[in-house]
Design a binder for this molecule. Sequence first.
Ligand code: MF3
Ligand code: CO
Ligand code: CO
Length: 325
Amino acid sequence: MRVLPKANEQCWCGSGKKFKRCHRLATTPVKPGKISSLRPIPDSIAKPSWADGGRLERWDEPRVKSPDVIERMRRTGRDAADTLAMLGALCQPGVTTEAIDVACHDEAVRRGAYPSPLEYPGGSGAPPYPKSLCTSVNEVICHGIPDDRPLVDGDIVNLDVTLYKEGVHGDTNATFYVGQVDEESKRLVTVTRDCLLRGIEAAKPGRRFNEIGRAIQDHAEGHGFGVVRDFVGHGIGEQFHTDLQICHYYRPGQTDVIEPGMTFTIEPMITAGTWEPRMWSDGWTAVTADRGRTAQFEHTILITDDGAEILTTPGDTATHPFWTL
Ligand code: MF3
Ligand code: CO
Ligand code: CO
């Protein structure tokens, strides 16, 4: 295990610079940009309750899904994964996060799906989410709102796609490289991908849910990285987020057991420095408190009789970073 220096200690690389100015690599801080107006969804698309100014409906959804719901989740999951892989090709220097959002929005509609984030209600006084995609650059942990900031050579950007189609949601994300990315950021991204893989491998029927977080935390901290606590994976199906919470760190008290037929997300957010977040005043964007970089990968999975099936598997895994990094 590699122990990283504290922010103000000398970098391990021998440059003589402070760690936070060298391999912590928080480059130029990301600042809030201009957010364009709401892009409509045609009435021909089936919409969740929160679309068009509606409220979030909540009901008691069974954790173990019917074969019919599972079949639909496989199809919607694939649509989300294919959309994510397509959007990855747009992560180039000079492309704004807004342009990637528009591509996501239009691809969702082309596939007959509603982009689930659009108008999703916020917690504690936050306005509804104004875009169809979450774009989280560098030190943004999650829920970055697409705006007029062009991607810069050396950035890492997470795209989080959720689609609603056939009455069910598919939720998946990946972190992409923009141009030439430094080795330390690449290490952060590949370790994060491996954290998701290890979390999925720990998700087996008969085991406790907290084994997922234990596997993820062991791997991340073994590489000197932090695990975000304030955002968790979640049950998913006919609702975007159900009450089921999947922690990405070890919580000894979570003793409930994983069962075949359950569907939920695993979506570890891993940090180069501190895992503690700060919120922007937009009510959505979470950044690391020290502005160190952070990466995330997410899949929606189904628990099978002997393991887990990734429902957000694209038709072509050869163009998807989870399978190719
Ligand atoms: N896709 C995110 C998740 O993994 C949720 C985004 S909600 C939004 O749970 F409103 F911010 F889009
Ligand atoms: Co999710
Ligand atoms: Co997501």
